[in-house]
Every structure is written in structure tokens, then in C-alpha cells.
Design a protein around this ligand. Structure first.
Ligand code: ADP
Ligand code: MG
Length: 355
């Protein structure tokens, strides 16, 4: 059965460092929830607190509304896949997977049926007798997952489980997590610094920074309404411009950037001094007759880079602030040094707080 998790004003200090800083958060039963953040932001510390491998300095953790403070790790309805996997090297695949069930004292017929079912689920049917030392990285990863899932945990914690795999395998395993989540119905909490994993798997995700949550939303929401410039950068909205002025005109807002007017939609807190204009690269196009009515900017081309399916074009305003747009790879290549007029599609520019 899936279990809900409530983190209530939790702090975990190491000396002067608050690895987790007065953090509150609710994860719904059965949700695929991701903690996304760069190294040192406190993700693993929070995961260890949920798993019971560490205790909060203050605050509470509740599973289905029940305080789990006095519940040691091995009594929690939780299984964890750590980054290093921690497979038992002297055991076969099947022995690794069955280890926890044996400790629980299940009859051996039931254990082997569960282990075989799990091997099928992670597509390692027939691998039971193999030595784990001779498996590929992806196979070992799947053994670690099977070992956690066979316990039928209400909560599965995954700490950077795909780091270190080559790109093709990482994508394959990422998609496998999504399927396993649907099949098991458990609450999944994934920790990663990889935005692609977070975006493709999560029902909701939180961006962590210095032990706190900067934003918690479904993935799409981060692109529509990033709450600050830090969050925007983290999800790849790299076009961030400093306006000369921002002005309210009726119900609408405009920013003046290097003398040119850009209509902006405010997201999050912003103020006249520290606001940042975020422009989505995918919502900029070369101006055409039918772009009339959209805001237009005159910019100079300083670099174009072939990226396979598209071409990245780096432009600059007169004051030197850069703006990157993407063009279809089959479009004519723009000359460096030329001035172009680009149009901003609806909702291309957001006004957000610095960060
Ligand atoms: P992440 O998993 O996001 O990379 P961590 O949770 O591992 O981050 O660490 C967050 C911060 O807490 C870091 O500054 C780290 O150095 C510190 N930290 C984590 N664990 C310990 C520990 N056992 N002792 C001292 N400092 C720690
Ligand atoms: Mg970590």
C-alpha cells in the first residue's frame, strides 16, 4: 500500500551547516515525487531522514499522519536504492534479491516465486544464478531495484540511482522507473541533479537549494511560472536579462531592455530593482509579416551552433546582453555580424525575481 509522507519544519544541522533548513513538504500516497538540486543542496540528507538512517535536529516526519520518530530504519515501510547500490558481492542475483525476504522468515517456496516474479519485472529472467560481479552496470542497477521492490515497500527512496550509467542506459532505466512506479503503485521519492529525469518522471518535483525548497510544482508549471531566476536557470531557461526599467501599463507589464520594449508576464515576486526577464528560447522566431502584432526586437547575431535537430543562434542587444534562440536546422544559416529582427511569441517573456 502506498504511504503519504509529511515533512513538518524539519531541520538537520551539521555544526554550522543546515543541510536541511526548516523544510516542510507533503508527498502524496502513490505519488512520483522528485527532489531536484545541485550537489550539496541537502537532497540526500532529506532522503536519509525519511528512510530513518538519520534523525532531524528538529521537526517531525509523519507517514500516513503518524510520527515515525521512534521507528528505526529497518521497521519503516521504506526501501532505499542508494547511489552505490550496495549489492552483496559474494551472493548471486537471486540471493541478493531474496535476502530481505529471508530475514522476514517467509517460506522458501514463496520466496522463490516472488524472486522469479521480480526478475521478470526487471527483465532479468534466467539471471538468478549469476554472480553479481559479472553483470553490466544496468543489470546491477536492476538487481538493486528488484531487491528493494521485492519487499513491496509503501515507499521507495531512490538516491541518484542512474548516475554513472552511460546515456542510453540511463534513459532506458529512467523509463523503466516510470513503468515500475505504475505497476507497484508505491510512493516513489527520487533524488537527482538531472533535470531530464525529474521532468520526465515526476508527478511533482521540488527544486532544493541550501536545504530549502525554492519551488514545488508539477514539472510543466516550472516552465510557465518559474518563481525566481535560480529556478529558471535550473530547468534550462538560460535567457535571463536585466531590464533598464519595468513599467505597469494598465493591466500589462513591460520591461525596457537596452532601449527596446518587451511585454512581460510577472511570475513570482519581483521588484523594480532586482527583477530579471526570462525569455524562452523556443518562443523566439525570426520576424515575418505574420509576426505583426508580436513584440519585435532588433539584435545582432554573434554565433550560430549546429545542435543536430536545431541550430542555436546567439544574439546580442546593443548593451551586450545575450539572447539565445533556436532555429530549425534546415533553415538558412544566419551570418555572424548581421542584424536581425526577431518576434516574441505569446508568453515568451516572464518577469521574475532575481535569485
Ligand atoms: P546533496 O545530496 O544534495 O548533494 P547532502 O544532503 O549530501 O547534499 O549534503 C548537504 C550539506 O550537508 C552539504 O553541505 C554536506 O557537506 C553537508 N553534510 C551532509 N552530510 C554530512 C555529515 N554527515 N557531516 C557533515 N556534513 C554533512
Ligand atoms: Mg546526495
Amino acid at each position: 500500500m502506498a504511504i503519504s509522507i509529511r515533512i513538518d519544519h524539519v531541520t538537520r544541522s551539521f555544526g554550522a551547516t543546515k543541510a536541511v533548513d526548516d523544510l516542510s513538504l507533503e508527498i502524496k500516497a502513490g505519488e512520483f515525487f522528485t527532489l531536484l538540486g545541485s550537489s550539496g543542496s541537502g537532497k540526500s540528507t532529506l532522503l536519509k531522514l525519511i528512510g530513518g538512517f538519520d534523525k532531524p535536529s528538529s521537526g517531525q516526519i509523519l507517514f500516513d499522519g503518524r510520527n515515525v520518530e521512534d521507528l528505526p530504519a529497518n521497521k519503516r515501510p521504506v526501501n532505499t536504492v542508494f547511489q552505490g547500490l550496495g549489492l552483496f558481492p559474494h551472493m548471486t542475483v537471486a540471493q541478493n534479491i531474496s535476502y530481505g525476504l529471508k530475514l522476514r522468515g517467509l517460506p522458501s517456496a514463496e520466496i522463490s516465486s516472488k524472486v522469479n516474479g521480480m526478475l521478470e519485472m526487471v527483465e532479468l529472467g534466467g539471471f538468478g544464478d549469476r554472480n553479481v560481479n559479472f553483470l553490466s552496470g544496468g543489470q546491477r542497477q536492476r538487481v538493486a531495484l528488484a531487491r528493494a521492490l521485492v519487499m513491496e515497500p509503501g515507499i521507495l527512496l531512490l538516491d541518484e540511482p542512474l548516475t554513472g550509467l552511460d546515456e542510453r542506459l540511463r534513459q532506458q532505466m529512467r523509463d523503466e522507473f516510470g513503468r515500475l512506479h505504475k505497476r507497484t503503485g508505491a510512493t516513489f521519492v527520487l533524488v537527482t541533479h538531472n533535470q531530464d529525469e525529474a521532468l520526465s518522471l515526476s508527478d511533482r518535483m521540488a527544486i532544493m537549494h541550501h536545504g530549502r525548497i525554492e519551488q514545488l510544482d508539477p514539472p510543466e508549471q516550472f516552465f510557465q511560472t518559474p518563481l525566481n531566476a535560480f529556478v529558471a536557470r535550473f530547468i534550462g531557461l538560460e535567457n535571463q536579462l536585466r531590464p533598464d526599467v519595468i513599467e505597469q501599463r494598465g493591466d500589462a507589464w513591460v520591461a525596457i531592455i537596452s532601449g527596446q520594449t518587451v511585454p512581460v508576464r510577472p511570475t513570482g515576486r519581483h521588484d523594480a530593482v532586482t527583477s530579471v526577464v526570462v525569455i524562452r528560447a523556443d518562443r523566439i522566431e525570426l520576424a515575418q509579416a505574420e509576426s505583426d502584432g508580436h513584440a519585435q526586437l532588433r539584435l545582432k547575431v554573434i554565433e550560430t551552433t549546429f545542435r543536430g535537430l536545431h541550430r542555436e543562434v546567439k544574439l546580442v542587444f546593443d548593451d551586450g546582453q545575450p539572447l539565445v534562440m533556436t532555429l530549425d536546422a534546415s533553415a538558412p544559416v544566419l551570418a555572424v555580424g548581421q542584424t536581425v529582427v526577431v518576434a516574441l511569441k505569446a508568453d515568451a517573456a516572464l518577469l521574475t525575481a532575481a535569485g
